[in-house]
Design a protein around this ligand. Structure first.
Ligand SMILES: [Zn+2]
Length: 420
């Protein structure tokens, strides 16, 4: 990261436009990597880094203020295979069908995906005979894709990768980039890569959690070190224009608490800009997202503090009444929240998670033991805090036995409430 020089109170500069950043929008304290579960005994070796988010007064990019050393990120466990999530694979299939119909894709087309993982998305194009090309930096997931017949370039995406592919005669009719934009440290180099790889009339689609929802619903727990950016359409539109891309359509998606799917093409392509672009920008303007000094940004930290106060009060009351409180869902957002609350291993009796890989491990920072959903049910807790609030309906249904045993579910964002 570039640091401003020449003053004792140096502030970092914007990772897109290099403007010095203002005061933090929110400071979540020193936090461990939110996906880095520990084996028992590894607690002493855990590292913490500042988790601070600021807004650029010039380009409005809301961004992580500090970078975590690359060696810390890459030692974390990233063997995540998208195909393990059936709902995500179904989402990808609907996307493929819609894109094939809308843009008339066929055997002469090329569909590329950035961060193509194990081919969970491209397989739906491949199955109907449309040529595909995955670009994926993680070796083991890329190998899983290649084994399914999905051609995959094992690399990070950016301008250099795009130019190398173009020099080999590759150019794309459609490029998908789902939930990757927020993870990119150099968003200018990344965006420019799309302009290079697209055909003259090609289309790129980007899915990312919409900053509007994070601000409105106080979803500060979606902040973690691997997320470099928290994106409004105002910021994305401006950044893309600087990269030679034009946003021409938007869809609203329910994923990750409310996401946008942005359609972009080369600046000079003939795709007609739909009215949804203007209405989405207007909704952001109404909330103040186009003004770095608005109450939406400047009041966010106070709302997060309220969520923390409310949860700590709930825990203290439950403890005083001799009630047991457990958690469900050992995902990043719960870890950000619990660590922001300054909690330790005694805060929750356990956290259940369906992932076998997480069971028996300790949640980062708090060191609360992660157990199976069956072990949680057997413990008959009085309260179960559903940490990933976005899957609350799924959890109350699959874990109905909690209620049958007299337990109650709790949601902590934007303030703690016990579900009826
Ligand atoms: Zn900027």
């Amino acid at each position: 990261m570039t640091l401003a020089t020449g003053t004792s109170a140096a502030r970092p500069c914007c990772r897109f436009c290099a403007t010095p950043l203002g005061l933090p929008m929110i400071d979540l304290g020193q936090q461990p990597l939110a996906n880095n579960n520990l084996a028992p005994g590894e607690e002493a070796s855990e590292r913490r880094f500042p988790l601070v988010v600021s807004i650029c007064p010039e380009c409005l990019l809301v961004q992580a203020d500090h970078s975590v050393p690359a060696d810390a990120i890459f030692t974390a466990d990233y063997a995540y295979f998208s195909s393990y999530s059936t709902s995500w694979v179904a989402h990808a299939k609907r996307y493929a069908e819609a894109m094939i119909a809308r843009f008339g894709l066929g055997k002469m087309s090329l569909v590329a995906e950035v961060a193509s993982n194990d081919g969970y998305l491209l397989q739906h194009f491949h199955a109907v005979g449309i040529p595909v090309l995955g670009i994926e930096p993680t070796q083991n997931t890329a190998e899983a894709a290649i084994a399914k017949g999905i051609a995959t370039e094992v690399d990070f995406f950016g301008t250099a990768t795009a130019e190398r592919l173009v020099s080999r005669g590759k150019s794309a009719d459609l490029i998908a980039a789902n939930n990757v934009l927020a993870h990119v440290p150099d968003i200018r180099d990344f965006g420019t890569g799309f302009t290079r790889l697209l055909k003259t009339e090609g289309v790129a689609t980007f899915e990312f959690p919409h900053l509007l929802n994070m601000i409105e619903k106080v979803q500060f727990d979606t902040i973690y070190h691997e997320h470099y950016s928290y994106l409004s359409l105002h910021a994305v539109k401006g950044i893309f224009e600087a990269c030679g891309l034009r946003v021409f359509d938007i869809e609203q998606l329910p994923t990750h608490g409310g996401s946008l799917r942005v359609f972009a093409c080369r600046a000079g392509a003939s795709h007609v800009t739909t009215p949804v672009v203007a209405t989405t920008l207007a909704a952001e303007h109404a909330l103040g997202l186009d003004d770095a000094e608005s109450a939406a940004y400047r009041g966010f930290s106070t709302k997060a503090e309220h969520a923390r106060t409310s949860f700590l009060a709930f825990l203290a009351k439950a403890k005083a009444e001799g009630k047991s409180v457990a958690g469900y869902g050992a995902a990043a957002k719960g870890n950000t929240f619990l660590n922001y609350c300054g909690l330790g291993a005694d805060a929750l009796t356990m956290i259940a998670d369906a992932s076998h890989a997480k069971q028996g491990k300790l949640a980062p920072g708090t060191h609360i033991l992660i157990v199976s959903p069956e072990a949680l049910i057997a413990a008959k807790p009085d309260y179960v805090v559903i940490l990933p609030w976005n899957i609350a309906a799924e959890v109350t249904s699959s874990m109905a036995a909690i209620r049958e045993n007299g337990g109650r579910f709790v949601i902590a964002i934007p303030e703690t409430r016990v579900l009826p």
